[in-house]
Design a protein around this ligand. Structure first.
Ligand code: BGC
Ligand code: CA
Length: 350
């Protein structure tokens, strides 16, 4: 009996020791991972949509910290539109041992350099908003992309225009020729969203049975003031012939609205204006009736998905099957239409 008790004690002690050793290892592991460090490299901080993605990331991180009971550091670096600076910023994140790096490429065709570096350092990369070519995504299986479907955005934008035209042809078709005379404000030419949004917005209007005539198009590089300048020129040249302003994003639509305001062309006397993104300013213009609608590019959801993927990767867990909308290594957040019909709900939800 005595020897049995001794043996039992021995077994218990041995068990305890194993537990303690395992516990120590776990603690060490936890200490190492106690703080999750996420580096975020953005193409330019003065881009309205990108700055809402960055601030949504900071929000999403606060919630994640509570959920995981872990500190999460997010460091956002602004490349100010220079790919060289962005490469240096990524190098810096790598040398400081960041767990994951999120990259909004300045030049989306230059992603290979960054993937190579990350692969060598074993640090997962989440690209967002500016999609690398498939070949570059293929270099390493620890690369992800979070964005949207540009074709869907274009189609929904075209749908807004077509619905408005059909609902009030006498108001929109100012010269009564049955066609929609439009000007197109395009984003950066190297951005996947620009060409595709342009193409599918017009295709959708045509598919809805409305003939179109392009009066002019030009790039405002996603920004308000070049779009304002373009719109001023177009107003001088085409004046009242312009029946619609179709913009690849809300910021450029804002520039167009400013130019229209200055020329007394807003409201029912002027052309309809439509954008994409659902920025705060864009939504305000819909409330005021100066824009007929926008296509919501859900920054918040994109930010949440990035933070989710980042945290799984940082904890050496596979995000597959865990993150909403993650399909392979791609997340594409669905868009939705915002017009006067649902603007109140959208603003209340924000
Ligand atoms: C957004 C634009 C933004 C651009 C930046 C697009 O998806 O709609 O507003 O300027 O991304 O890369
Ligand atoms: Ca017309």
């Amino acid at each position: 009996m005595k020897s049995l008790r001794f043996t039992m004690a021995g077994v218990c002690l041995a068990g305890l020791l194993t537990l303690t050793v395992a516990g120590c290892a776990q603690n060490a592991e936890r200490d190492k991972k106690d703080t999750i460090k996420i580096g975020v490299a953005i193409y330019r901080g003065d881009d309205a949509f990108i700055s809402s993605v960055s601030s949504s990331m900071e929000e999403a991180v606060k919630e994640k910290e509570e959920e995981l009971d872990r500190k999460i550091i997010v460091n956002i670096a602004d490349a100010k539109n220079s790919q060289g600076s962005q490469n240096d910023q990524v190098d810096d994140f790598i040398s400081k041992g960041y767990d994951v790096i999120c990259v909004n490429m300045v030049d989306r065709t230059a992603a290979a350099v960054i993937v190579d570096k990350a692969k060598e350092a074993g640090i997962p990369i989440i690209f967002f908003n500016r999609e690398p070519v498939e070949e570059d995504m293929g270099i390493w299986d620890q690369t992800y992309y979070v964005g949207t479907d540009a074709k869907e955005a274009g189609e929904l934008e075209g749908q807004i225009v077509a619905d408005a035209f059909k609902a009030a042809p006498e108001q929109i078709d100012k010269n009564g020729d049955g066609k929609l005379q439009y000007v197109m404000l395009e984003g950066e030419q190297v951005h996947q969203d620009s060409l595709i949004r342009t193409e599918y917005s017009v295709k959708t209007i045509l598919k809805e049975g409305i003939p179109t005539e392009k009066l002019a198009s030009g790039t405002g590089n996603w920004m308000r003031s070049p779009a304002y300048e373009l719109m001023q020129e177009w107003i001088k040249e085409y004046g009242d012939r312009i029946e619609a302003v179709i913009s690849n994003n809300d910021e450029m639509a804002m520039g167009a609205v400013e130019a229209l305001e200055e020329n007394g062309m807003t409201g029912s006397s002027g052309p309809i204006v439509v954008g994409i993104d659902g920025t705060r300013d864009g939504l305000e213009k819909i409330v005021k009736g100066e824009m007929i609608g926008t296509v919501m590019n859900v920054a918040q959801k994109q930010a949440e998905c990035m933070v989710e993927i980042a945290c799984y990767c940082a904890q050496d867990e596979n995000p597959k099957g865990q993150v909403e909308y993650l399909n392979g290594r791609y997340v594409r957040i669905p868009h939705y239409i915002v017009t006067a019909d649902n603007i109140d709900e959208v603003i209340n939800d924000k």
